[in-house]
Design a protein around this ligand. Sequence first.
Ligand code: XMP
Length: 327
Amino acid sequence: MPILTRPENMQRITTVELAEKFIAEQVADVRAQVGNKKVLLALSGGVDSSVVAALLIRAIGKQLVCVHVNHGLLRKGEPEQVIRVFKGEMDANLIYVDAVDRFLTKLAGVSDPETKRRIIGNEFIEVFAEEARRLEGVEFLAQGTIWPDILESEHGIKAHHNAGGLPEDLKFELVEPVRILFKDEVRVVGKALGLPDNMVYRQPFPGPGLGVRCLGAITRDRLEAVRESDAILREEFASAGLAGKVWQYFTIVPDFRSVGVKDGRRCDEWPVILRAVNTRDAMTATVEDLPFALLQRITDRITHEVRGVNRVLYDLTPKPTGTIEWE
Ligand code: XMP
Protein backbone atom coordinates (compact mmCIF):
# COMPACT_ATOMS: atom_id res chain seq x y z
CA MET A 1 0.00 0.00 0.00
CA PRO A 2 1.25 3.52 -0.74
CA ILE A 3 2.08 5.79 2.21
CA LEU A 4 -0.93 8.05 2.81
CA THR A 5 0.44 10.30 5.52
CA ARG A 6 3.63 12.32 5.47
CA PRO A 7 5.98 10.76 8.05
CA GLU A 8 6.85 13.24 10.86
CA ASN A 9 10.58 12.84 10.28
CA MET A 10 10.52 12.87 6.47
CA GLN A 11 13.47 14.73 5.01
CA ARG A 12 12.53 17.66 2.75
CA ILE A 13 13.22 16.75 -0.88
CA THR A 14 15.62 19.46 -2.03
CA THR A 15 18.10 17.63 -4.27
CA VAL A 16 18.04 15.47 -7.40
CA GLU A 17 19.36 12.53 -5.34
CA LEU A 18 16.50 12.76 -2.83
CA ALA A 19 14.05 13.18 -5.71
CA GLU A 20 15.40 10.06 -7.46
CA LYS A 21 15.01 8.06 -4.26
CA PHE A 22 11.41 9.24 -3.87
CA ILE A 23 10.68 8.49 -7.54
CA ALA A 24 12.07 4.94 -7.24
CA GLU A 25 9.88 4.28 -4.16
CA GLN A 26 6.77 5.65 -5.86
CA VAL A 27 7.41 3.71 -9.05
CA ALA A 28 7.54 0.48 -7.01
CA ASP A 29 4.42 1.43 -5.00
CA VAL A 30 2.40 2.37 -8.08
CA ARG A 31 3.35 -0.85 -9.89
CA ALA A 32 2.33 -2.87 -6.82
CA GLN A 33 -0.94 -0.95 -6.50
CA VAL A 34 -2.17 -1.06 -10.11
CA GLY A 35 -0.64 -4.27 -11.52
CA ASN A 36 -1.50 -4.44 -15.21
CA LYS A 37 -4.66 -2.30 -14.97
CA LYS A 38 -5.18 1.10 -16.61
CA VAL A 39 -4.98 4.43 -14.78
CA LEU A 40 -6.77 7.59 -15.88
CA LEU A 41 -5.43 11.12 -15.29
CA ALA A 42 -6.82 14.57 -16.06
CA LEU A 43 -3.68 16.32 -17.28
CA SER A 44 -4.11 20.10 -17.18
CA GLY A 45 -0.47 20.94 -17.76
CA GLY A 46 -0.20 22.47 -14.27
CA VAL A 47 2.72 21.50 -12.03
CA ASP A 48 0.99 18.81 -9.97
CA SER A 49 -0.79 16.90 -12.73
CA SER A 50 2.28 17.14 -15.00
CA VAL A 51 4.56 15.67 -12.33
CA VAL A 52 2.06 12.88 -11.63
CA ALA A 53 1.89 12.14 -15.37
CA ALA A 54 5.68 11.99 -15.75
CA LEU A 55 6.01 9.79 -12.67
CA LEU A 56 3.31 7.38 -13.79
CA ILE A 57 4.71 7.20 -17.32
CA ARG A 58 7.98 6.11 -15.73
CA ALA A 59 6.15 3.52 -13.59
CA ILE A 60 3.56 2.05 -15.95
CA GLY A 61 4.08 3.61 -19.41
CA LYS A 62 1.08 3.19 -21.69
CA GLN A 63 -1.15 1.83 -18.90
CA LEU A 64 -1.57 5.49 -17.98
CA VAL A 65 -4.23 7.26 -20.04
CA CYS A 66 -3.89 11.05 -19.83
CA VAL A 67 -6.82 13.23 -20.84
CA HIS A 68 -6.05 16.85 -21.65
CA VAL A 69 -9.22 18.93 -21.90
CA ASN A 70 -8.77 22.21 -23.76
CA HIS A 71 -11.61 24.37 -22.43
CA GLY A 72 -10.46 27.42 -24.34
CA LEU A 73 -9.42 29.21 -21.15
CA LEU A 74 -5.78 28.12 -21.12
CA ARG A 75 -2.85 30.44 -21.72
CA LYS A 76 -1.30 30.85 -25.15
CA GLY A 77 0.77 27.80 -26.12
CA GLU A 78 -0.28 25.60 -23.18
CA PRO A 79 -2.24 22.85 -24.97
CA GLU A 80 0.53 22.68 -27.58
CA GLN A 81 3.15 22.29 -24.85
CA VAL A 82 1.21 19.49 -23.13
CA ILE A 83 1.05 17.60 -26.44
CA ARG A 84 4.69 18.29 -27.29
CA VAL A 85 6.09 17.25 -23.90
CA PHE A 86 3.88 14.29 -23.09
CA LYS A 87 3.05 12.84 -26.50
CA GLY A 88 6.14 14.00 -28.39
CA GLU A 89 8.89 13.55 -25.81
CA MET A 90 7.49 11.06 -23.30
CA ASP A 91 5.42 8.96 -25.74
CA ALA A 92 2.42 9.11 -23.41
CA ASN A 93 -0.98 7.62 -24.07
CA LEU A 94 -2.61 11.05 -24.37
CA ILE A 95 -6.15 11.91 -25.38
CA TYR A 96 -6.54 15.54 -26.41
CA VAL A 97 -10.10 16.85 -26.18
CA ASP A 98 -10.89 20.08 -27.99
CA ALA A 99 -13.88 21.27 -25.94
CA VAL A 100 -13.44 24.98 -26.69
CA ASP A 101 -16.77 25.47 -28.45
CA ARG A 102 -18.63 23.50 -25.81
CA PHE A 103 -17.33 25.62 -22.95
CA LEU A 104 -17.69 28.96 -24.71
CA THR A 105 -21.25 28.15 -25.79
CA LYS A 106 -22.20 27.24 -22.20
CA LEU A 107 -20.59 30.44 -20.93
CA ALA A 108 -22.12 32.78 -23.51
CA GLY A 109 -24.00 35.63 -21.85
CA VAL A 110 -23.09 34.51 -18.30
CA SER A 111 -21.63 37.41 -16.34
CA ASP A 112 -21.79 36.33 -12.67
CA PRO A 113 -18.30 35.16 -11.61
CA GLU A 114 -19.43 32.32 -9.36
CA THR A 115 -21.86 31.05 -12.02
CA LYS A 116 -18.99 31.15 -14.54
CA ARG A 117 -16.81 29.13 -12.15
CA ARG A 118 -19.58 26.59 -11.58
CA ILE A 119 -20.23 26.15 -15.30
CA ILE A 120 -16.51 25.67 -16.02
CA GLY A 121 -16.13 23.16 -13.16
CA ASN A 122 -19.25 21.14 -14.05
CA GLU A 123 -18.54 21.11 -17.75
CA PHE A 124 -15.01 19.91 -17.07
CA ILE A 125 -16.30 16.95 -15.06
CA GLU A 126 -18.82 16.16 -17.79
CA VAL A 127 -16.23 16.16 -20.59
CA PHE A 128 -13.80 14.11 -18.50
CA ALA A 129 -16.52 11.61 -17.53
CA GLU A 130 -17.52 11.17 -21.19
CA GLU A 131 -13.93 10.30 -22.07
CA ALA A 132 -13.68 7.93 -19.09
CA ARG A 133 -16.82 6.05 -20.18
CA ARG A 134 -15.37 5.53 -23.64
CA LEU A 135 -12.39 3.65 -22.21
CA GLU A 136 -12.32 0.04 -21.17
CA GLY A 137 -10.49 -1.57 -18.29
CA VAL A 138 -9.75 1.57 -16.29
CA GLU A 139 -9.86 0.88 -12.56
CA PHE A 140 -7.74 3.69 -11.17
CA LEU A 141 -7.83 7.48 -11.18
CA ALA A 142 -4.59 9.38 -10.64
CA GLN A 143 -4.67 12.79 -8.98
CA GLY A 144 -2.14 15.50 -8.29
CA THR A 145 -3.20 15.87 -4.67
CA ILE A 146 -0.36 17.35 -2.58
CA TRP A 147 0.20 17.55 1.18
CA PRO A 148 -1.13 21.12 1.65
CA ASP A 149 -4.42 20.00 -0.03
CA ILE A 150 -4.77 17.30 2.63
CA LEU A 151 -3.93 19.70 5.48
CA GLU A 152 -6.29 22.39 4.19
CA SER A 153 -9.19 19.99 3.74
CA GLU A 154 -8.58 18.58 7.23
CA HIS A 155 -8.78 22.09 8.64
CA GLY A 156 -11.88 22.90 6.61
CA ILE A 157 -10.15 25.64 4.60
CA LYS A 158 -10.94 24.12 1.22
CA ALA A 159 -12.43 20.94 -0.15
CA HIS A 160 -9.53 19.34 -1.95
CA HIS A 161 -10.21 18.40 -5.56
CA ASN A 162 -10.89 14.70 -5.33
CA ALA A 163 -12.84 12.08 -7.21
CA GLY A 164 -15.97 13.19 -5.33
CA GLY A 165 -16.89 15.29 -8.36
CA LEU A 166 -17.26 12.35 -10.75
CA PRO A 167 -20.69 10.80 -11.43
CA GLU A 168 -21.84 7.70 -9.51
CA ASP A 169 -21.20 5.21 -12.33
CA LEU A 170 -17.50 6.06 -12.39
CA LYS A 171 -15.94 4.40 -9.38
CA PHE A 172 -12.15 4.41 -9.36
CA GLU A 173 -9.50 3.66 -6.78
CA LEU A 174 -7.21 6.67 -6.31
CA VAL A 175 -3.52 6.81 -7.18
CA GLU A 176 -1.90 9.85 -5.58
CA PRO A 177 1.88 9.54 -5.91
CA VAL A 178 2.77 13.11 -4.77
CA ARG A 179 0.25 13.18 -1.93
CA ILE A 180 2.85 13.51 0.84
CA LEU A 181 4.88 16.25 -0.88
CA PHE A 182 4.97 20.00 -0.42
CA LYS A 183 4.84 22.14 -3.56
CA ASP A 184 8.58 22.88 -3.64
CA GLU A 185 9.28 19.14 -3.43
CA VAL A 186 6.88 18.43 -6.31
CA ARG A 187 8.94 20.86 -8.40
CA VAL A 188 12.23 19.13 -7.51
CA VAL A 189 10.70 15.77 -8.42
CA GLY A 190 9.36 17.19 -11.70
CA LYS A 191 12.77 18.53 -12.59
CA ALA A 192 14.35 15.13 -11.85
CA LEU A 193 11.75 13.50 -14.12
CA GLY A 194 12.91 15.73 -16.99
CA LEU A 195 10.00 18.16 -17.23
CA PRO A 196 10.86 21.58 -18.72
CA ASP A 197 11.48 24.51 -16.35
CA ASN A 198 8.54 26.54 -17.62
CA MET A 199 6.25 23.69 -16.60
CA VAL A 200 7.91 22.95 -13.25
CA TYR A 201 8.39 26.56 -12.08
CA ARG A 202 5.07 27.88 -13.35
CA GLN A 203 3.24 30.63 -11.51
CA PRO A 204 -0.09 29.61 -9.94
CA PHE A 205 -2.95 29.52 -12.44
CA PRO A 206 -6.60 29.33 -11.34
CA GLY A 207 -8.74 26.33 -12.35
CA PRO A 208 -11.23 28.52 -14.29
CA GLY A 209 -8.21 29.91 -16.14
CA LEU A 210 -8.50 33.00 -18.28
CA GLY A 211 -12.28 32.80 -17.77
CA VAL A 212 -12.08 34.90 -14.59
CA ARG A 213 -9.77 37.42 -16.30
CA CYS A 214 -12.17 38.09 -19.16
CA LEU A 215 -14.51 40.01 -16.88
CA GLY A 216 -18.27 39.60 -17.11
CA ALA A 217 -19.78 37.62 -19.99
CA ILE A 218 -16.94 36.01 -21.98
CA THR A 219 -16.71 36.80 -25.67
CA ARG A 220 -14.20 35.18 -28.04
CA ASP A 221 -12.64 38.46 -29.13
CA ARG A 222 -12.12 39.73 -25.57
CA LEU A 223 -10.82 36.31 -24.50
CA GLU A 224 -8.24 36.51 -27.31
CA ALA A 225 -7.23 39.96 -26.01
CA VAL A 226 -6.65 38.41 -22.54
CA ARG A 227 -4.64 35.52 -24.01
CA GLU A 228 -2.49 37.68 -26.31
CA SER A 229 -1.79 40.36 -23.71
CA ASP A 230 -0.92 37.67 -21.12
CA ALA A 231 1.56 36.14 -23.58
CA ILE A 232 3.22 39.54 -24.12
CA LEU A 233 3.40 40.18 -20.37
CA ARG A 234 5.02 36.78 -19.79
CA GLU A 235 7.52 37.35 -22.60
CA GLU A 236 8.50 40.74 -21.24
CA PHE A 237 8.81 39.43 -17.67
CA ALA A 238 11.05 36.64 -18.93
CA SER A 239 13.27 39.08 -20.86
CA ALA A 240 13.49 41.34 -17.80
CA GLY A 241 14.53 38.40 -15.57
CA LEU A 242 11.32 38.65 -13.53
CA ALA A 243 9.80 35.26 -14.41
CA GLY A 244 10.08 33.07 -11.32
CA LYS A 245 10.81 36.14 -9.14
CA VAL A 246 7.35 37.69 -9.14
CA TRP A 247 4.81 35.32 -7.58
CA GLN A 248 1.91 35.87 -9.98
CA TYR A 249 1.47 38.18 -12.96
CA PHE A 250 -1.25 38.32 -15.58
CA THR A 251 -3.60 40.55 -17.52
CA ILE A 252 -7.31 41.29 -17.23
CA VAL A 253 -9.69 42.67 -19.83
CA PRO A 254 -12.83 44.36 -18.44
CA ASP A 255 -16.08 44.52 -20.36
CA PHE A 256 -16.10 48.22 -21.09
CA ARG A 257 -14.43 50.42 -23.68
CA SER A 258 -12.99 53.90 -23.71
CA VAL A 259 -12.25 56.33 -26.47
CA GLY A 260 -8.76 56.43 -27.96
CA VAL A 261 -6.99 57.29 -31.18
CA LYS A 262 -5.23 54.93 -33.61
CA ASP A 263 -3.87 55.85 -37.05
CA GLY A 264 -5.40 59.31 -36.73
CA ARG A 265 -8.85 57.84 -36.13
CA ARG A 266 -11.07 57.69 -33.07
CA CYS A 267 -11.44 54.18 -31.66
CA ASP A 268 -13.56 52.72 -28.90
CA GLU A 269 -11.58 49.82 -27.47
CA TRP A 270 -10.92 47.87 -24.26
CA PRO A 271 -8.23 48.58 -21.71
CA VAL A 272 -5.87 45.83 -20.53
CA ILE A 273 -5.16 45.81 -16.79
CA LEU A 274 -1.79 44.45 -15.61
CA ARG A 275 -1.49 42.65 -12.26
CA ALA A 276 1.83 41.59 -10.69
CA VAL A 277 1.85 40.55 -7.05
CA ASN A 278 3.98 38.87 -4.42
CA THR A 279 2.68 36.80 -1.54
CA ARG A 280 3.52 33.87 0.71
CA ASP A 281 0.14 32.23 1.01
CA ALA A 282 -2.19 34.24 -1.30
CA MET A 283 -4.13 35.50 1.76
CA THR A 284 -2.44 38.90 1.51
CA ALA A 285 -0.35 40.27 -1.35
CA THR A 286 1.84 43.24 -2.23
CA VAL A 287 2.27 44.81 -5.65
CA GLU A 288 5.57 44.36 -7.51
CA ASP A 289 7.48 47.64 -7.95
CA LEU A 290 7.92 47.33 -11.72
CA PRO A 291 10.43 49.58 -13.52
CA PHE A 292 8.61 52.37 -15.35
CA ALA A 293 10.50 51.66 -18.60
CA LEU A 294 9.26 48.07 -18.51
CA LEU A 295 5.68 49.23 -17.98
CA GLN A 296 6.05 51.58 -20.95
CA ARG A 297 7.43 48.80 -23.14
CA ILE A 298 4.62 46.41 -22.20
CA THR A 299 2.07 49.17 -22.85
CA ASP A 300 3.58 49.89 -26.25
CA ARG A 301 3.52 46.24 -27.27
CA ILE A 302 0.01 45.48 -26.01
CA THR A 303 -1.58 48.57 -27.57
CA HIS A 304 0.10 47.85 -30.91
CA GLU A 305 -0.06 44.05 -31.03
CA VAL A 306 -3.35 43.14 -29.38
CA ARG A 307 -6.47 43.64 -31.43
CA GLY A 308 -9.18 45.78 -29.82
CA VAL A 309 -7.02 47.33 -27.08
CA ASN A 310 -6.17 51.02 -26.82
CA ARG A 311 -5.03 51.50 -23.19
CA VAL A 312 -2.98 49.70 -20.54
CA LEU A 313 -3.41 50.23 -16.77
CA TYR A 314 -1.32 48.90 -13.87
CA ASP A 315 -3.26 47.78 -10.80
CA LEU A 316 -1.48 49.26 -7.75
CA THR A 317 -3.81 47.67 -5.20
CA PRO A 318 -2.46 45.28 -2.56
CA LYS A 319 -4.58 42.49 -1.04
CA PRO A 320 -6.42 43.68 0.98
CA THR A 321 -8.22 45.72 -0.25
CA GLY A 322 -8.14 44.10 -3.69
CA THR A 323 -8.11 40.35 -4.22
CA ILE A 324 -5.44 38.98 -6.57
CA GLU A 325 -7.93 38.08 -9.30
CA TRP A 326 -10.58 40.58 -10.38
CA GLU A 327 -13.51 38.22 -10.10
P1 XMP B 1 -7.72 35.86 -4.84
O1 XMP B 1 -8.28 36.45 -6.09
O2 XMP B 1 -8.77 35.18 -4.00
O3 XMP B 1 -6.74 34.69 -5.32
O4 XMP B 1 -6.91 36.83 -4.04
C1 XMP B 1 -5.87 33.98 -4.48
C2 XMP B 1 -5.20 32.90 -5.33
O5 XMP B 1 -6.16 31.92 -5.73
C3 XMP B 1 -6.25 31.84 -7.15
N1 XMP B 1 -7.66 31.68 -7.51
C4 XMP B 1 -8.22 30.51 -7.89
N2 XMP B 1 -7.67 29.29 -8.04
N3 XMP B 1 -9.77 28.46 -8.70
C5 XMP B 1 -8.45 28.27 -8.47
O6 XMP B 1 -7.97 27.15 -8.66
C6 XMP B 1 -10.40 29.65 -8.56
O7 XMP B 1 -11.60 29.78 -8.79
C7 XMP B 1 -9.56 30.73 -8.13
N4 XMP B 1 -9.82 32.03 -7.88
C8 XMP B 1 -8.62 32.60 -7.49
C9 XMP B 1 -5.66 33.15 -7.65
O8 XMP B 1 -5.14 33.03 -8.98
C10 XMP B 1 -4.59 33.43 -6.63
O9 XMP B 1 -3.41 32.69 -6.90
